[in-house]
Design a protein around this ligand. Structure first.
Ligand code: SF4
Length: 742
C-alpha cells in the first residue's frame, strides 16, 4: 500500500508545493518519476477517470503484485489531462484508504443534526427508503422528492427520480457556480461555454482572467495549456483584488476594487469600439446590435471606470490595446465560480460581448467548437410526465434558469402557506449541502421540514449528520460508473472500472439505485441487472465494447466535420433570435431585463469590516478532499489573508489565530490563522474554501481552519437565473479565541 510519504515522493509534489501553486503546475509538465522502473512496469493497471474534481481526467490505477493500489497516473490519450494528473488527482487514492470512510448503512435514531445512528443492513436501509418514498409519492406526489447531486453516481439516482415521476434533479454547480456564464453566453452566442470550457488557450496570444482560480483550482488541461501559452509568449492579464498564482504569471495585474468588475469590462468595451480595435469583418458579418452597444458605452470611459475600479485609465487603455492587437487569438475567460454579486449574468454578458467584439468565438486561440458523443439510453418505458415542477411554485422567478435550482428546491422545502406543495424528500449524493449552499440556517430549516433525507456518500460529512438514512458509497477506485463523455476538440469517451473490491460494506450507486427501483416496482427502468452489461451495451452502440475500453481506458473519435474553427467567410447561424451573435440581447429584452449590461454599484463594507473573498487551493476540492490523508499532508488548514496595513491597525501578528465575524454577527465556528501579505488589498480578506469542518467523524479535518460558508449569510440572488451571489459578505476580526470544540 502506498503511504503518504510515498505519495509525496513519487508525485514530485511535496517539495515547496504548499507555498504556491505554480511549482505544482510546473511539476505536471514532467511525467512523475518513480523510484523503481521495474516495479512500475510490473504493475497491473486499471482504467479510471478521476472523481476528485469535476474535470474528470482519465487515468490508470496501478496495483502492485499483491493487488494493492499503488498510485494513479494520467492516460496519455486523454484530452482532459494529456496523461498528467494534477497533485490532488494523484492524491485521490487517499479517498480509498481513508479510515474515516462510511462503512455500513446507518439509520438515524435521534433528532436531525444529532449524530446518533444505528447500523443497518442494506436490506433494511433500502426498504426504509423505498417505503418512505412510496408513501410520500402517494400522499404528496412524486414531484415532492428532489435529488441533489455532484458526483458520477448521481446519474443513476436521476434515473430513479425520473422513473418515479419527479423532474427535480438539481446540481449545485449551476446556481452556486457557473450558471450565470452559461446563461450569458447562451444569450449572446446561442450556446454555453460548457465543461471543460471550450477555451483554445494553447494557441491564445492574450488571456484575460477576471477573479479566476486557474492555477489554484487545477483545471488540469487548461492549466497545462496556459503554461504552454506563457512559454509561447502569450500576454496574461489578471484582474483580481488578490495577487493570485495567475497574477504572478501575468504581464498585467489589475488589483481591482472588489465588486466593480463590470465597470472595467464596460470601459474596455468603450475603448475597443472607440479606437476601432474590434474585428470589423467579424462584427459586421456575425453580430447584431453594435450601434446600440456603442451608444450604451459612449460615456463609459477609462476615466469614468477609474473612479469606480481604482484601475488607472492608462492601464485600462493599455490592456484593451493588448486584447485588440491579439484579436482574434484572445480569450476573456468566462471563469467558473462566477456567482458573486447578484448581477453576475450581466457581468458575464459583458465578458461575452468583449469576446464577440474581438472575434474570438469560433476562432483559433479564442473559443473552439467542441464536439461530443451521445451515450444511448437502454430501452425502457416512457418516464411518467410530472404534474408539477419547481416552476409551478415559483412561476415568475428566474425566468432564464434552464435547470432545477438547488437553492430553489431548498427554499421550496420550507413550508409556506402561499405555496401548494413543499418538497418532502431529498436524496443527496456526493455533495455536502451544508457547506455548498449559502445561508446554512436556511438549508437547515429546509432539512428540518423534510419527511426523508437520504445521504449517499463515501465520507461522513456535515450533511450526513442530518440524514435519516446514510448509504455508504464505495469510492471511484472501487466501482464502475457511467461512461465519461464530454465535449472537447474531438469526441472522446472514458471508462471507469473498479481496480479493487469495495472496502467495508460499501456499494456503488448503480446497485443502490436499481435495488431501490426494484423495491418500488420500477425495475423496468433499469433493464440491466449489472452495470457491466449496461456499459457493454452502450459501448457497443458507440462502436466499441467494454472489453476494449478495459484495455485502453479512453477512445477518441474523429470529428464529424472539419469545423473546429469558423472557416474564412463561413456563413454561421447562431441559436439566437436574430441568428446572429447578439451584442444586444433580444431575448433578455423580451424577458424584461436589460439587453445591454449596466453597471450598478454594490454595497461597501462598513467601517472595520472587509469584503470576504474565497477561492481554491491546488490540493483540495470542496469537502470531498478535506479529510484525505495525502492532501491534508500538503495543506491541513486555511489562513485568512490580511493586508499589512489592516494587520497593523488591528495589531494582528502573522500566524495568530482569530475568529471572523460577519455583518450579521455570525462568527466563524473555528479560529483561523492570520497570514499577513501585500498580496491582498486593504479592503478585502481572502481564505481558501473547504475548511472549518465541524463533523467530528472526519478526524483529520475536524476544526481545522474556518469555513467561508459559515460566514455567507447574505445571498445576492441573480434575478435572471437564480444564481446565488456570495461575495456581498463582510467580516471583521475577533481576537478572543475559544478552544476548538468548547
Ligand atoms: S484536475 Fe486533478 S483533481 Fe481534477 S479530475 Fe483532473 S486529476 Fe483529478
Amino acid at each position: 500500500m502506498s503511504t503518504r510519504r510515498d505519495f509525496i515522493r513519487i508525485s514530485a509534489v511535496g517539495a515547496g508545493g504548499t507555498a504556491i501553486a505554480w511549482p505544482l503546475i510546473q511539476s505536471m509538465a514532467n511525467a512523475p518519476a518513480i523510484a523503481d522502473k521495474a516495479i512500475y512496469e510490473s504493475m497491473r493497471r486499471t482504467p479510471t477517470y478521476c472523481e476528485v474534481c469535476f474535470w474528470k481526467c482519465a487515468g490508470w490505477i496501478h496495483k502492485d503484485d499483491r493487488g494493492e493500489v499503488w498510485k494513479i497516473t494520467g492516460n496519455q490519450g486523454d484530452l482532459h489531462s494529456n496523461g498528467r494528473f494534477c497533485p490532488r488527482g494523484t492524491g485521490g487514492v487517499g479517498m480509498y484508504t481513508d479510515e474515516d470512510r462510511l462503512r455500513t448503512p446507518l439509520i438515524r435514531t435521534e433528532e436531525r443534526g444529532k449524530q446518533v445512528f444505528r447500523e443497518a443492513t442494506w436490506e433494511e436501509a433500502l426498504n426504509y427508503i423505498a417505503d418512505k418514498l412510496k408513501k410520500i409519492s402517494a400522499d404528496e406526489g412524486p414531484e415532492c422528492t428532489a435529488l441533489f447531486s455532484h458526483g458520477s453516481g448521481g446519474k443513476y439516482f436521476g434515473t430513479l427520480l425520473k422513473a418515479m415521476g419527479s423532474p427535480h434533479i438539481a446540481a449545485p454547480s449551476y446556481a452556486q457556480c457557473r450558471g450565470p456564464r452559461e446563461v450569458a453566453f447562451q444569450n449572446t452566442f446561442g450556446e454555453g461555454v460548457e465543461s471543460p470550457e471550450r477555451t483554445d488557450i494553447r494557441d491564445t496570444r492574450c488571456l484575460v482572467l477576471i477573479g479566476s482560480h486557474i492555477g489554484e483550482n487545477m483545471h488540469n488541461g487548461q492549466v497545462q495549456e496556459m503554461s504552454d501559452a506563457i512559454d509561447k509568449g502569450a500576454v496574461i492579464i489578471t484582474v483580481d483584488p488578490r495577487f493570485s498564482t495567475a497574477a504572478g504569471k501575468s504581464k498585467y495585474w489589475l488589483p481591482i476594487k472588489p465588486a466593480t468588475d463590470l465597470a472595467l469590462l464596460l470601459a474596455w468595451i468603450h475603448v475597443i469600439i472607440e479606437e476601432g480595435l474590434y474585428d470589423r469583418d467579424y462584427v459586421e458579418k456575425y453580430t447584431y446590435g453594435l450601434e446600440q452597444l456603442k451608444a450604451h458605452v459612449s460615456g463609459m470611459t477609462p476615466e469614468w471606470a477609474y473612479g469606480i475600479t481604482t484601475i488607472k485609465p492608462d492601464i485600462i487603455r493599455q490592456t484593451a490595446h493588448e486584447m485588440g492587437h491579439a484579436s482574434p487569438a484572445v480569450i476573456v475567460h468566462p471563469g467558473r465560480h462566477v456567482t458573486w454579486y447578484g448581477d453576475d449574468t450581466q457581468r458575464l454578458r459583458a465578458v461575452a460581448i468583449l469576446n464577440a467584439l474581438l472575434g474570438s468565438w469560433g476562432r483559433r486561440g479564442g473559443f473552439y467548437r467542441p464536439e461530443s458523443m451521445t451515450v444511448p439510453e437502454p430501452p425502457h418505458p416512457e418516464y411518467p410526465v410530472p404534474k408539477r415542477t419547481w416552476r409551478t411554485e415559483f412561476p415568475d422567478l428566474y425566468p432564464l434558469a434552464d435547470t432545477v435550482l438547488a437553492n430553489g428546491v431548498c427554499d421550496a422545502t420550507i413550508p409556506d402557506p402561499s405555496r401548494g406543495c413543499n418538497f418532502k424528500a431529498w436524496i443527496v449524493n456526493g455533495t455536502n449541502l451544508i457547506e455548498t449552499l449559502p445561508n446554512q440556517e436556511n438549508t437547515i430549516r429546509a432539512i428540518q421540514s423534510l419527511q426523508l433525507l437520504v445521504v449517499i456518500d463515501t465520507m461522513p460529512m456535515e450533511i450526513t449528520g442530518y440524514a435519516d438514512v446514510v448509504l455508504p458509497e464505495c469510492t471511484y477506485i472501487e466501482r464502475y460508473d457511467e461512461i465519461r463523455v464530454s465535449a472537447h476538440r474531438k469526441p472522446q469517451i472514458a471508462l471507469r472500472m473498479p481496480a479493487v473490491k469495495p472496502k467495508f460494506d460499501t456499494k456503488p450507486a448503480y446497485w443502490m439505485a436499481r435495488q431501490l427501483a426494484k423495491k418500488m416496482g420500477l425495475e423496468s427502468f433499469f433493464p440491466f441487472e449489472k452495470i457491466e452489461d449496461l456499459l457493454d451495451w452502450q459501448l457497443q452502440q458507440l462502436g466499441t465494447s467494454l472489453a476494449e475500453m478495459q484495455r485502453i481506458g479512453v477512445k477518441t473519435f474523429d470529428r464529424t466535420a472539419d469545423d473546429l474553427y469558423f472557416a474564412p467567410g463561413e456563413e454561421v447561424e447562431f441559436y439566437t433570435n436574430t441568428g446572429k451573435i447578439e451584442l444586444y440581447a433580444t431575448a433578455l429584452e423580451q424577458a424584461g431585463f436589460d439587453p445591454l449590461p449596466k453597471y450598478t454599484p454594490h454595497e461597501e463594507p462598513p467601517a472595520g469590516y472587509y469584503r470576504l473573498n474565497y477561492g481554491r487551493a491546488p490540493m483540495h476540492t470542496f469537502s470531498r478532499t478535506a479529510n484525505n490523508a495525502n492532501l491534508t499532508d500538503l495543506m491541513d488548514e486555511n489562513t485568512v489573508w490580511v493586508n499589512p496595513k489592516v494587520a497593523a491597525e488591528w495589531g494582528l501578528q502573522n500566524g495568530q489565530y482569530v475568529h471572523l465575524k460577519n455583518q450579521d454577527d455570525k462568527r466563524s465556528e473555528f479560529p483561523i490563522r492570520v497570514r499577513i501579505t501585500e498580496r491582498i488589498r486593504w479592503d478585502s480578506v481572502y481564505m481558501v474554501h473547504g475548511f472549518g469542518h465541524d463533523q467530528k467523524k472526519m478526524k483529520r479535518c475536524y476544526g481545522k481552519g474556518a469555513s467561508d460558508t459559515n460566514l455567507i449569510t447574505k445571498v445576492l440572488v441573480d434575478p435572471l437565473m437564480g444564481g446565488t451571489g456570495m461575495r456581498g459578505n463582510f467580516v471583521t476580526f475577533v481576537t478572543e479565541i475559544e478552544e476548538v470544540g468548547s
